[in-house]
Design a protein around this ligand. Sequence first.
Ligand code: G6P
Length: 370
Amino acid sequence: EQIEKGGYEHFMLKEIFEQPKSIHDTMRGRLLVNEGIIKMAGIWDHLERFKNANRIIIIACGTSWHAGLIGEYLIEEFARIPVEVEYASEFRYRNPIITDKDVVIAISQSGETADTMAALKLAKEKGAFIYGICNVVDSSIARITDAGSYTHAGPEIGVASTKAFTAQLTILSLIALKLGKHNGNLGNAEFMSLISELDAIPKKIEEVLETTHELTQNIAKDFINASNFLYLGRGYNYPAALEGALKLKEISYIHAEGYPAAEMKHGPIALIDENMPIVIIAPKKGHYDKIVSNVQEIKARKGKVIAVVNKGDQQVSAMADYVIEIPETSECFSPIVASVPLQLLAYYIAVYRGANVDQPRNLAKSVTVE
Ligand code: G6P
């Protein structure tokens, strides 16, 4: 097992550090920047199905569901096809309206999650076209779908998903850009600039790992005894806030909630005092001014702000108690980059609390029960 961990203390840390490579592997053979194309046979062969879809329904559980939420933003922005994102367990039990004009995308790292599988069977019975985004090759979900794309992130051993999540975001980005290009919503210049941004993501993650590894350890030390955490983000980074909170609760057992930053005033603000750490994702291209006022409101109540900002940021950084800088990218890809320091922060808080990071209590890597 020590050999499999490749010198890292835990699989989770190894998998966090593998992300420049795993994202590169996800894009390999698909993103051809020089030729200006995205090659995805699963989409290309069924382009008409996607183009004529009434809507796309994304079905998933856990971390994969968070990836699905970002997928909704991506596909609606670039392909202009309406998207709904559903928890598989809710979808399957509520007599959903599904027609043969719907495209269902299932996202699952393991490809074995029972609720996702059952939801897919139901959608299939109703005649929907089923597309799978799985990491495990030849898994049950991969086998029942009509078409799909593997994430190719490599085996993920840590129960808390890290590299599979960023690989799912990468695939969803590719799908959204490809559909946008082919249905005429995305002009060539914008398409070209987005694909070169996407191509640069592995390098940016490498940089983030280098510059935030020690920093997140130091920040973690100050929050070992926290009993609650709030994670806030807007737009594309709202699901990233949900995922940041999920990572922390899964492995450290600290209660954490993710919220869209603007919803803070409808509840969470009542919780803020000097004992409440708040992780706020505030890249320059993501409704920055609004986030600045959220941070002002938090500081007026003495909350402890850990801010994830772009390099050279001034306004949020001046108010934050802790600043984590990440390189700039397009807003739509910023959750991929911003998630990495949040994974590290959760990891180190859990390690310092003595938790079993790779196998947290009560959780399983693949949930094959309903
Ligand atoms: C479990 C795992 C999570 C995962 C979820 C969905 O809860 O612990 O990490 O996100 O199942 O799993 P899937 O394999 O369908 O992505």
